[in-house]
Ligand binder design. Sequence first.
Ligand code: NDP
Length: 261
Amino acid sequence: MPKREIRESRAIVTGASSGIGRAVALELSRQGADVVVTARREDRLRTLAEEISSGRGRVAIVPGDITDPRTRQAAIEAARSEFGGLDALVNNAGVGALGLFEDAAPERVRHIMDVNFFALVEMTRTALPLLKEGINPIVVNISSILGHRGAPYSSEYSASKFAVQGFSEAIRAEFTRHRIDVLVVSPGTTQTEFFDSVVERVGEPTWPEHTAVTAEDVARRIVKAMRKGRHEIVPYGWGKVLCWLNRLSPAMVDRIMARYV
Ligand code: NDP
């Protein structure tokens, strides 16, 4: 018995112009939800909106930078005015960087924290009043395997996703009194534009080859987890292995990670 109906629910998806966000917006729409999609690249949002509308889904686009409070407010206003409310907030927008901490300027960590953490926190704050009035409301925060285990060449990104993890666990407890669920998704390597869009790339580790999953596969798992009222998912086999190994012996994982520096 599903915990929530996706059909006729109203959702906001941030970072919907590509990758996982785009796939989640399409999957939600395919299952009957109305979606507000936001990101900076308006042309991409328009193409997505056409695709959704051709399947008879209802969609509203809000172009803008998610670190700008006006974009966040505009997304909430769109959900209210176009669809009459909000049941699901999918905080997906995110950026990374590849490079050693000692080579990075302070701006790198600021930028990553601004997008991956502060914008996610403030989007949640802005959405809360409307979510409280929603039907079976849920906040979905897209974290990462690196929110469970830090990795070299990704210190700022790992820190931002650990922050998402801690924030999500805390609000999950707080929001139970509002009956708002909080789902944390920790993807592993996924075929998206993520690695082409990194804010900086100064050398990178030569990890062993591992297969990337598709954004569509991750999106299907996310929407299924939303339906079932799950709290945490790791939609990546090797990611589960890494989390498990790290719980068993963090010192061993430290040694393995150090080999790649
Ligand atoms: P993409 O680069 O394909 O998508 C990132 C999305 O975030 C884009 O829609 C981009 O839109 C948006 N975005 C980035 N910066 C901003 C900003 N300042 N304001 C508004 N939107 C912004 O990557 P993914 O789909 O892979 O990433 C989605 C999430 O998944 C991220 O949180 C990422 O950390 C996480 N993740 C990804 C993994 C992977 O291997 N791909 C692994 C683990 C986690 P635009 O540029 O148009 O603004």
